[in-house]
Design a protein around this ligand. Structure first.
Ligand SMILES: Nc1ncnc2c1ncn2[C@@H]1O[C@H](COP(=O)(O)OP(=O)(O)OP(=O)(O)O)[C@@H](O)[C@H]1O
Ligand SMILES: [Mg+2]
Length: 299
């Protein structure tokens, strides 16, 4: 795996620092007898953008939801922004640490999850006022700044029903950012959107990355990953199988499971690059790395 220093400026143009913002050690999650996360480790540095890919049911959403304790991890250790939790605890100190970790994470979901009876501004100020005790005037001022940043200066008083999917998702991003998170989690933020609306959301996400936000993104938007991700992690059956820069994981995967997965994704998502690799149809095997023009660095 590449060091953060070697990643800085090589993929996205944003800076990746030395500070570790996220450290996950030996994370396990059972749903009943279903062992969904099977000992996952991850370290993410400040400003780093990590993209998580993998087949349906492999545990990607569960992993994100465990990071901010929307699901209770069964065991393992999570440290985010300097707050450490040993999972599986109870007690008041445990609960306080879980609360503190939640405060450090912003999350954006596939299906937006906006309050339907609140306009864009009200959606954004809700958390800062109720959870952080911010003054209403100040919360509104910041909401307007954030909504302007995500390109919604003209839509601040629109209700979700009056907004397109892309606009709703941008409100959701502004809402998450309003809590001043140290880490943003995105779970397939564009997969519910019409194709023509995907770009505007990815652009806002790229803007956050350029601004130095630390991000973990579940997405199969390979163009975005290749532009913005410092690291792509391939997940299968509750484990991280392989990780590295996008050029490596997407085009020169080492593990047979990653290769098998990409055979199905590449022709659909990246037809040009699939063709460059000599793949013209779904399911066709990836050629050996040495057969690829450009060698191991790929694109
Ligand atoms: N709340 C839940 N209760 C019980 N089982 C769950 C729950 N959430 C997820 N699971 C199970 O955990 C496993 C992983 O699900 P998860 O949603 O994390 O996968 P995923 O990689 O995000 O898949 P997809 O690409 O379809 O979104 C699946 O077997 C799923 O049925
Ligand atoms: Mg999911």
């Amino acid at each position: 795996m590449a060091t953060p220093e070697s990643n800085a400026g090589r993929q996205g143009r944003h800076h990746v620092g030395r500070e570790v913002v996220v450290k996950v050690e030996g994370l396990h999650k059972y749903f009943g007898r279903n062992h969904v996360l099977r000992g996952v480790d991850l370290e993410v540095h400040k400003g780093e953008v990590v993209v998580l890919i993998g087949p349906s049911g492999s545990g990607k959403s569960t992993f994100l939801r465990c990071l901010n304790f929307l699901e209770d991890p069964t065991s393992g250790d999570i440290t985010i922004g300097g707050v450490h939790v040993t999972c599986g605890g109870h007690g008041s100190a445990f609960k306080r640490a879980v609360h503190d970790i939640r405060m450090k994470c912003g999350m954006v979901f596939q299906e937006f999850n906006l309050f339907p009876h609140k306009d864009a501004t009200e959606n954004v100020i809700e958390g800062p006022i109720l959870v952080k005790g911010e003054k209403k005037d100040e919360a509104i001022r910041r909401a307007h700044d954030l909504l302007t940043k995500v390109g919604l200066a003209e839509r601040m008083d629109y209700f979700p029903s009056q907004l397109s999917g892309g606009q709703k998702q941008r409100v959701a991003i502004a809402r998450a950012m309003a809590m001043d998170p140290v880490l943003m989690l995105f779970d397939e933020p564009t997969s519910a959107l019409d194709p023509e609306l995907i770009g505007e959301v990815l652009k806002v996400m790229k803007g956050l990355a350029d601004g130095g936000m630390t991000m973990i993104v579940v997405s199969h938007e390979m163009g975005f990953s290749r532009d913005v991700a410092d690291r792509v992690v391939y997940m299968d059956e509750g484990q991280f199988i392989e990780q590295g820069p996008p050029s490596q994981v997407f085009f020169h995967p080492r593990d047979e499971r990653t290769r098998r997965f990409l055979r199905h994704v590449l022709p659909e998502k990246e037809p040009e690059h699939a063709a460059e690799l000599g793949i013209t149809e779904v399911g066709q095997d990836l050629p050996a790395p040495e057969a690829t023009p450009g060698g191991a660095e790929g694109s």
